[in-house]
Design a protein around this ligand. Sequence first.
Ligand SMILES: O=C(O)CCC(=O)C(=O)O
Ligand SMILES: [Fe+2]
Length: 269
Amino acid sequence: MSESKSTSPALPLLSDAEMHTFLVQGYHLVQTDFAPDFHAAVVRELEAVFAGGPNPGNEILERAPLLQQVYEHPRVRGALTSVLGHDYEMHAHRHCHASPPGMRGQQWHQDDVNRRHHQIWRVLAMYYPQDVTAEMGPTMILPGTQFRNAPTARMASYQTFRTQRALCVPAGTVAITHYDIWHRASPNRSERTRYMLKFLFERTHAPTQPSWNADPSQHEELLTDFNRVWLPLDNQSDAYKHRVLWMNAWQWLQGIRRDTEDSIIDHYP
Ligand SMILES: O=C(O)CCC(=O)C(=O)O
Ligand SMILES: [Fe+2]
């Protein structure tokens, strides 16, 4: 089961620069502008759900119906439209990650299966209804890892990365992330349960044109800009690999199709 989303021209779409950054970093943070008591009401709904029985899994949307408003917020729809096209859909899979006090956290992992392409078909939209502090076990993400495939067992031995980002975010933040970004829950050392709503969204069609707030006159320059990006995790060989992946994805998102794999090689410095 999935639910269609329609769109309107007034949606706040991402800019070229934001899309460029999303491709490199693998995430984009959206700040909704609900009144603060909206999120407190969501937390009360969630507390009632968890007090009444086990985690409802995919049923969480029916059991905590205020969540529908979060995923219909124009800024959330604008960001999802930008990365997944105008006719994206909410996937039936969703989960509320309730991290209680004393929760030990998780190892680094990827949620998707590292498909062997670099197109953007699915993203997570992780909503935080509370102000998340460092003690509450924030989600950790490792920017730029969405195209990196490491054996999950090996990831277990990784601990702290210098460039990891703790999502210590204000209530109402929705983190749109590539489905393959490396991430983990960190230990909850606080006295509060931390809630994170993980919803999955997917594109229904390959792009034929940009679905963000695009200025095509800038696109060639932005394409070569990928040559200048060097992730902290990359050595030279990884940097070369990454720029080819980003360039491919950038063109694919604009609806540009290439017959051969290597026309992009022209853009090597
Ligand atoms: O709770 C979190 O912050 C992350 C949970 C997660 O990544 C998972 O269970 O797949
Ligand atoms: Fe996960």
